[in-house]
Design a protein around this ligand. Sequence first.
Ligand SMILES: Cc1ncc(COP(=O)(O)O)c(C=O)c1O
Length: 262
Amino acid sequence: MELCTLEKRKQFIYASKKIYFNKPVEVTKATGCRVWDVEENEYLDAIGGIVTISVGHNHPRIKKVIQGLLDSDHPQHVSSLFLSPFMPEAGRLLSKHFKGDSRVYFVNSGSEANEVACMTAREFTGKKMIISLRHGYHGGTNATLNLCGHGTWKYQHQPHSDVGQIEAPYCYRCPFGKKPDSCSLECADDLDKFIQTCTSGDVAAVIVEPIQGVGGFITPPLSYYKKVYEIIKDHGGLYISDEVQTGVGRLGKNFFGAFGPG
Ligand SMILES: Cc1ncc(COP(=O)(O)O)c(C=O)c1O
């Protein structure tokens, strides 16, 4: 007897891909912000897949390009050893959103992007320590889980690398018991204090989400980023902005969330 999708998922897929619902919705059709399940019930997709379908499901312009490529028998995979017009062109389009002489490195996931960012910072500065924030999330690979500031994502046997964590700019539940309108950005000063008291002073980078997504959409005041940026620069480290949830126009006017929305 043929197994249903839920049974196949349980039998053949690694257990860490947890199923959170007794009867998960099986989505079979999607257009724009609407999706349909196997029984043809219609839903409003309020989170765009999982914050990834920024232009809506099956956008007609994207469909047209994909269909055109399939019809033209364009190769479906070309090693980066050879030339293909798409990667350099995507790099050119993205570089419009950066200042100065920029280069783009394409990766498969947010975790990989942060792995590359940390390796680059360590290579560039010649230092090892990366500082992340409590409530921060940067991915599910080894280095990025080290950066993670959520106990629920930590494994018992997770090896530790040179990572330290500072307090988050969490105004709603301020770790310093302050109010946003009368605080002195004690959370940003925590970076300076941490570097001075808990490290040799040699820091490669601080990694910050412009808005902490997995942490519960924690939105720091604008002045927070600027202060953190200045502190890490003063100590010779780099500022890594994890734009996995905030980048590519998802905060509105600006293409990236670094230094605040809008
Ligand atoms: C801020 C942030 N960084 C990194 C990641 C990891 O991205 P991925 O799941 O594509 O590896 C996530 C995923 O939710 C994220 O929210």
